[in-house]
Design a protein around this ligand. Structure first.
Ligand code: CP
Ligand code: NVA
Length: 303
């Protein structure tokens, strides 16, 4: 296995299943308050160029629970790629720390960080992808449905970093993935072609909400304006309005459908308050599983 976790596609289907299985085992240990300290006396540097709640809290809590020490380096601390070159930061930080988790704007910076780091690097989100999130999502659906076979997952909204990681998962596990949103906001063509070429899953772009959600096992959404695009939020609100996940849309699936969102949610925009609070909404299980999925990822990097 490569010793970084940058993309879902860096791993085989068996390796991904191994991580999900391990996540379940580690979650059980955590729930039972068993002692589990694979990172005793080790340190994790967490570099954040963007804000975060879940990623920061789950990595810090998880790594600390597993016996280590996690160090938070916020947007104003080390100035990665601004105050200092990414490759210099990589070599300096990896001399102090056993592992690096980073949330960056540029995906190329993430690749550069991994290239020059002597310690494993875990991708905690870039403008391009968010692989830890999608591992937690897969774990959550597996827990709720008991399997991950041939699911129809309909994503409503912007073809962003979340979608790219979903597409990478779709190149490993068979599913029907629909990305439904306004024209001009589709996921990156190269990633779509990669999924189509592997032929493991089927992918569809849609602008028709009713047909997109029909038969969906999961409806997933994310903010219409991601970090780094917040100045476009007002304009995007008009463009994306028809793609809001509300109770009417949820009732059009003809199925028992789960609602998911990576969070943070902007209630009243991409999703209504009612859907967030509904019994079919598993957004907080999803958030909880971030920690267990990531703990498994970090442990796997040292296997
Ligand atoms: N889902 C997620 O990554 O949340 P944060 O941005 O709060 O870390
Ligand atoms: N697409 C969102 C995900 C947040 C976890 C963003 O990049 O801001």
């Amino acid at each position: 296995m490569p010793n970084h976790f940058l993309h879902i596609t860096d791993y085989s289907k068996d390796e991904l299943w191994g991580m999900l299985q391990l996540a379940k085992e580690i979650k059980t240990k955590f729930k039972n308050r068993e002692e589990y300290k694979p990172f005793k006396d080790q340190s994790l540097a967490m570099i954040f160029a963007k804000p975060s709640a879940r990623t920061r809290i789950s990595f810090e809590t998880g790594f600390t629970w597993m016996g280590g020490h996690a160090l938070y380096l916020g947007p104003n601390d080390i100035g990665i790629g601004k105050r200092e070159a990414v490759k210099d930061i990589a070599r300096v930080v990896s001399r102090y720390n056993d592992m690096i988790m980073a949330r960056l704007f540029s995906h190329n910076h993430m690749i550069e960080l991994a290239k020059y780091s002597d310690s494993p690097v875990v991708n905690g989100l870039t403008d391009y992808n968010h692989p830890c999130q999608i591992m937690a999502d897969a774990l959550t659906i597996w827990e709720h449905r008991g399997h991950l076979d041939e699911l129809k997952v309909t994503y409503m909204g912007d073809g962003n970093n979340i979608v790219h990681s979903w597409l990478q998962l779709a190149s490993k596990l068979p599913m029907h993935f629909v990305c439904c949103g306004p024209e001009g906001f589709e996921p990156e063509t190269k990633t779509v072609e990669m999924v189509e070429n592997t032929g493991i899953s089927t992918f569809e772009t849609s602008h028709n909400t009713a047909s997109a959600v029909e038969g969906a096992d999961v409806i997933y959404t994310d903010v219409w304006a991601s970090m780094g695009q917040k100045e476009e939020a007002e304009e995007r609100e008009k463009i994306f309005a028809a793609y809001q996940v509300n109770e009417t849309l949820m009732s059009q699936t003809g199925k028992d459908t789960l609602f998911m969102h990576c969070l943070p949610a902007e209630r009243g925009r991409e999703v209504t308050n009612e859907v967030m609070e509904a019994s079919y909404s598993i957004v907080f299980d999803e958030a909880e599983n971030r920690m267990h999925a990531q703990n498994a990822i970090m442990v796997s990097l040292f296997k």
